[in-house]
Design a protein around this ligand. Structure first.
Ligand SMILES: Nc1ncnc2c1ncn2[C@@H]1O[C@H](COP(=O)(O)OP(=O)(O)O)[C@@H](O)[C@H]1O
Ligand SMILES: [Mg+2]
Length: 251
């Protein structure tokens, strides 16, 4: 499939209408090992785009390529195979409050028949170290800050050894120190594990630090798809406004 679909993820002229046209002729792609940021105002279709990548949503028109497969017409059984390779970190972490941090991660290893109990515990320790949460091993999710919960959710997603991780606003509602921490974590996963990722974000600092390419959505359309390093040269007024907002916030 890699010859036919050279990009790891690709939107080919994707259309999706709900109450209004949310995606109109959306085209962009993500290559293996790359991080692509998706930015744009609230309600512009960022989460809807991730939903298409996960196969939770189907386009009205166009094709969605994921893990070098055209998943547009895939039935649920084949989507499940794709979701082993591509996993999503949900904003609320979707953690079990009655399980400790370690057990939450262990839970996602339960189905791994290739590991015995000791292996599983070693993997959990490794993952906790990777996301810098060893000290919270025996804590319960309710004891953790939003940012720490997101780090646990990331560790849990990694337990499945995915090729690609989708992050939906990973630094929203998190204090600046924790934002920086999560940003560095995402960067580390990219360089150490070669993870491919798509990150929906309003956080331009995160975008500049982690993304290779950026997709800007505006009124249903992709108004920019290109290198993060070139985005400042884009003269589209909406993009300029978006970037200026950041400069104001930074003082
Ligand atoms: N499953 C759905 N059914 C109907 N409308 C939806 C569904 N998912 C998203 N929408 C609508 O699509 C639009 C884009 O939503 P979304 O992608 O969540 O925005 P955001 O860019 O803030 O993530 C919103 O108007 C939302 O109400
Ligand atoms: Mg959203």
């Amino acid at each position: 499939m890699i010859d036919k679909f050279p990009h790891y993820i690709e939107f080919r002229h994707v259309y999706k209408t709900f109450d209004y046209p949310v995606l109109v002729d959306a085209c962009f792609h993500v290559d293996p090992g790359q991080t692509v940021a998706v930015i744009g105002r609230s309600g512009v279709g960022k989460s809807v785009s991730l939903g298409h990548i996960m196969g939770f949503l189907k386009p009205d028109k166009g094709q969605v390529i994921v893990a070098h497969n055209d998943i547009t017409e895939y039935p649920e059984t084949r989507l499940r195979e794709i979701r082993r390779k591509v996993t999503m970190v949900f904003q609320n972490g979707a953690l079990f409050d009655s399980l400790t941090v370690a057990d939450n991660i262990l839970f996602s290893l339960e189905l791994r028949e290739d590991y015995d109990q000791q292996n599983k515990e070693d993997v959990v320790d490794g993952l906790l170290r990777m996301v810098d949460l060893q000290e919270f091993k025996d804590a319960f999710p309710t004891d953790l800050s939003v940012g720490h919960k997101r780090a646990v959710a990331i560790a849990r997603a990694l337990a499945a050894q995915p090729e690609c991780v989708l992050y939906d606003e990973p630094t929203t509602m998190v204090d600046p120190i924790m934002s920086a921490h999560l940003t560095e974590l995402m960067l580390r996963l990219k360089s150490q594990l070669g993870l491919t990722s798509v990150v929906v974000t309003h956080d331009l600092n995160l975008m500049r630090r982690v993304a290779d390419n950026v997709v800007v959505l505006f009124e249903g359309k992709v108004i920019y798809f290109g290198a993060v390093s070139e985005i400042d040269n884009c003269e589209h007024p909406h993009i300029q406004e978006f970037l200026a907002m950041d400069r104001v916030e930074l003082g």
